[in-house]
Design a binder for this molecule. Sequence first.
Ligand code: ZN
Length: 452
Amino acid sequence: MKKYSCALTLSLLLIGITNSQEIIRRDPEIESMIRQISPQRLEQHILKLVSFHTRHNMSEQNSADKGIGAAWNWILKEFESYVPASGGRLKVEFDEYKTGGERQRIPQEITLKNVIATLQGSDPADTRIIVMSAHLDSRAARDIDNTNAAPGANDDASGIAAMLEICRIISAKPFPATIVFMAFSGEEHGLLGARHTAQKAKDENWNIIALLNNDMIANSDAGETLANSNMRLRVFSEGVPALETDAMASLRRYTSGENDGKARQLARYIKEIGERYVDQLDVTLIFRNDRFGRGGDHTPFCQLGFTAVRISEFNENYDRQHQVPRTEDGKVYGDLPEFIDYEYLRKNTGVNLAVLANLAQAPWEPVNCGIRMSGTGNHTTIGWEPPKQGKKPAGYYVMMRETYMPLWQKKIFVTGTEITLPYSKDNYFFAVQSVDENGHESLPVFPGQMRR
Ligand SMILES: [Zn+2]
């Protein structure tokens, strides 16, 4: 039976359609958490990380105040300072791995450490994990230069600072799902730390439903083109998944779902939720996995079949990335704290916080979501089943968009588990989300073929 409340009830959301208005409903608790983000603390974190001189993967590991070891020790301690506020739900640990060797970018074998802070969900039966990640290592120009200063204020102290600040704020509130903060080493020498943890997550069957990798989120100045904006943030997402079984590929071709993989759904979700809570910011979706010729720590997770995206500033400045700090012809080079745009970093931290807080308390996704493909006609019937775990959703959002449109255009609130819409399935794409009574929605599920 179709059963859905109409637009006159509270939850029909129309986005981006001519003559329509977007209805914004903010959860006051999430709003309040975002207000707690402190640009001063973000700055202190960046200055502290810069003070270690270099966080190169082959730098000092046993000094209290210099090198990568000082950095991971400090990050661990900082996370640990949030444990009391979490009521013991936050667990902080190193995750060590051996890497390097002959003919590798790190030419001798060394042990590196990631820092992992796990904020255990309040529901022990809830296996969902949402990850925020950033990398703690830095570099100057040359791969093996472990002595020159490599401040890495933006790349990627900005991501680590955002992560610490979010952990501080979010640890105080229990969420049913688990949130894991991952500070990776080894990024600058081939995503080594992320590869290690991604493989572990795969081997141990972690139910990671989303990974938000933040790498360089605080530079607003594009340098040579003179473009400058702290009002746009990029989210990179793969289209066709890096890991796809024959069955997944065949369903993708059948549904024309090449623009509707899980990473793409997550990216659209980040745009919607980020812009719902953070003012003066346009979350700009980049429909590619990463920039040309360069990588990020989300990629090893994508390659193992996880849903992972990269979050980065809109404008990069190449005079400030991977440079030995110096002044040449009056021009300053280097990834220095004075170039950080703290208001921009505050907003980008807010996007991450909003997404983590919204998703960690959303109901589980609907299951067995499908479109009735049999027969012809200009109506579309979509059906699904309630999630098998977690709280019962208050309802579902059925989303639709024209096939050529990048973003969902309509969001229809439904209380049942089937809907027939007067739109042809040939002309639109659809997806379904679970939603609770406070408006926290799950990630969208792109339907396959209805089985009943
Ligand atoms: Zn980076």
